[in-house]
Ligand binder design. Structure first.
Ligand code: GAR
Length: 203
């Protein structure tokens, strides 16, 4: 393939999606192209970011579809319709089933806002991760990009970057620093690395 076709799955503000879009525009991502954004939240600002960038953006409602299985079938249909090669979870706040993850083995990556294996797994998402890090009193935290398998935050690690915790940090100030100094850098770099591998015919 010339370029890997990328789908980004989102649920919220979409700053990581924005970092991916910016990286595509600046040439950091050159082996892949963002073709589709899927949100499981109708109000996600990430949908607006995608539209502003001219990227096809759709909302798939788990409430309307009622079951996780039906939701995942709708996601798979959209991925197939758009010939997607690589799925990037960028603030996607829902755990995908083993059926789904095995279907896209080594083709789903996720960004998590801590240094895995700390503060990860079921129940650790968004601000909760930073609350737990501050409660524990760690002096260094960071972000991890990993492949997604059936174990929440348990797939092979692709990239990590450490970030210092400062005196007086709140979950919000720490979240922002981890995003700026780690997530927005290693997620686009990893998306490029995996896209490049896929273009070469690897996995
Ligand atoms: C990011 O910090 C991301 O790492 C985290 O949610 C935030 C989404 O922000 N993801 C998880 O916790 C997944 N387990 P964004 O919508 O602005 O990219």
């Amino acid at each position: 393939m010339l370029k890997a076709k990328i789908a980004v799955l989102v649920s919220g503000g979409g700053t990581n999606l924005q970092a991916l879009i910016d990286a595509q525009n600046s040439g950091v991502i050159k082996s892949g192209e963002i073709k589709l954004v899927i949100s499981n939240n109708a109000d996600a600002y990430a949908l607006t970011r995608a539209e502003n960038a001219g990227i096809k953006a759709i909302y798939i409602s788990i409430k309307e579809l009622k079951t996780q299985e039906a939701f995942e079938s709708a996601v798979i249909a959209a991925l197939e319709e758009n010939g997607i090669d690589l799925i990037v979870l960028a603030g996607f706040m829902s755990i995908l089933s083993a059926d789904f993850t095995s279907r896209y083995d080594h083709r789903i990556i996720n960004v998590h806002p801590s240094l895995i294996p700390s503060f990860c797994g079921q129940g650790y998402y968004g601000l909760r991760v930073h609350e737990a890090a501050l409660k524990k009193g760690v002096k260094v935290t960071g972000a991890t990009v990993h492949f997604v398998n059936e174990i929440p935050d348990g797939g092979e690690i692709i990239a990590q970057k450490a970030v210092e915790v400062m005196d007086g940090d709140t979950p919000e100030t720490l979240q922002r620093r981890v995003m700026e100094q780690a997530e927005w850098i290693i997620l686009p770099q990893s998306a490029e690395k995996i896209s490049e591998n896929l273009c070469r015919g690897g996995s």
